[in-house]
Ligand binder design. Structure first.
Ligand code: SF4
Length: 358
């Protein structure tokens, strides 16, 4: 049941002076202008009409997406913030959320955001590796990330950190190092994005010249899975894994050239489910072997039930039934039925003998 509704305001960063290798902001701003005050109010009202009709929604959030919010001209920032604050003051929305670059945070910026009751600031960090930042033409260093994160937390904002995987010069080890450094900083929320090659970006040119290859899907899923596990294990809420499929970002007929998978989060969560189930399988098989209850190949099957909460069932089964197929192929002496247990916490999976289950 969805209880948290987001009102997205897309603010493309026209005139962004940076040229991050993966970003097509220039192409986006050529297609879509930033909304003016009237258009912003119109978007909020339109969203609230639907949200207010849904009694399950208990939290409404205005979120400014797009480029780097605090890098747009100050008067534009104040226009957007003023509108959002009015809705918050009137009790019609509960929080204000935005994302920006680490090098566009200073005391003046934070004063403006505090004065307008902003709740959540996400930093597009991408990587803590200096070489990756340089090869991606980010234009800021790692030290700036630490300084801005510290300032944001000190002023009482909720901090978010966005990380990317598979940028030029990146590796599994560097991604995990970025995760360790993220955990040291201690944000409340995080996002993990696999690098998608967008048409006409610097990365696209490198790719076409044979100088850059996106991560293979299995490698991207493995890396994202280990990052996700480490971050959530440290109590950080990973609110997004992978880019959202939009009309524009997709491989067929869209601007994504390579590296995009619309069900990326499910691929990652299904992998975690499979790991959790397989970890429980070892002791069960050992016990059955000791008690002589493990059927010989071709001599019947041992019945088991894999259970999850209702919201995690599709992850347990896997994208295109990948987990079901995996267990059937790798454990032919087992007959595993997959079921829902409404009392189980989401994201947890239990494997039990069928006889023990009720
Ligand atoms: S990612 Fe942000 S900072 Fe980099 S070019 Fe795009 S809009 Fe500018």
């Amino acid at each position: 049941m969805k209880t948290h509704a987001i009102i997205p305001i897309f603010v493309p960063h026209a005139g962004c002076p940076h040229d991050c290798i993966f970003c097509d902001q220039k192409a986006i701003t050529a297609r879509a202008a930033a909304p003016d005050a009237d258009a912003t109010v119109e978007v909020i009202e339109r969203n609230l009409k639907t949200i207010d009709a849904n009694p399950d929604i208990i939290h409404r959030e205005i979120a400014f997406y797009g480029g780097s919010f605090t890098a747009i001209p100050r008067e534009e920032q104040l226009m957007y913030l003023g509108i959002a604050k009015k809705y918050k003051d009137a009790g019609r929305v509960d929080s204000i959320h935005l994302s920006t670059r680490p090098d566009y945070i200073d005391e003046t910026v934070l004063n403006d955001l505090k004065n307008h009751d902003v709740d959540i600031i996400e930093l597009g960090v991408q990587s803590f590796d200096p070489e990756v930042l340089k090869l991606s033409a980010r234009g800021h260093d790692v030290e700036t990330v630490y300084q801005s994160a510290e300032m944001i937390k000190k002023r009482g904002f909720t901090l978010g950190i966005q990380l990317m995987i598979g940028l030029p010069g990146d590796s599994y080890e560097k991604c995990m190092e970025s995760v360790r450094k993220t955990i040291d900083i201690g944000p409340a929320i995080a996002r993990i994005y696999p690098t998608v090659i967008i048409r006409d970006t610097g990365l696209d040119r490198l790719y076409r010249a044979g100088k850059y290859e996106p991560l293979a899907e299995t490698e991207a899923v493995r890396t994202a899975k280990d990052m996700y596990k480490a971050l959530t294990g440290a109590g950080i809420n990973v609110i997004r894994v992978g880019l959202k499929a939009t009309d524009n970002i997709k491989e067929e007929g869209g601007s994504a050239v390579a590296g995009f998978h619309p069900a990326f989060r499910q691929l990652v969560e299904a992998e975690i489910a499979r790991e959790q189930i397989e970890q429980q399988l070892g002791p069960l098989l050992d016990e059955a072997r000791r008690n002589g209850k493990l059927p010989a190949p071709g001599a019947g099957s041992m019945k088991l039930r894999a259970v999850s909460g209702p919201g995690s069932f599709s992850n347990m089964i896997g994208n295109k039934k990948s987990n079901k197929i995996y267990f059937a192929e790798n454990y032919p002496q087992l007959d595993i039925k997959f079921a829902v247990d409404r009392n189980m916490a989401e994201g947890t999976y239990n494997l039990i003998h069928s006889m023990e289950s009720r």
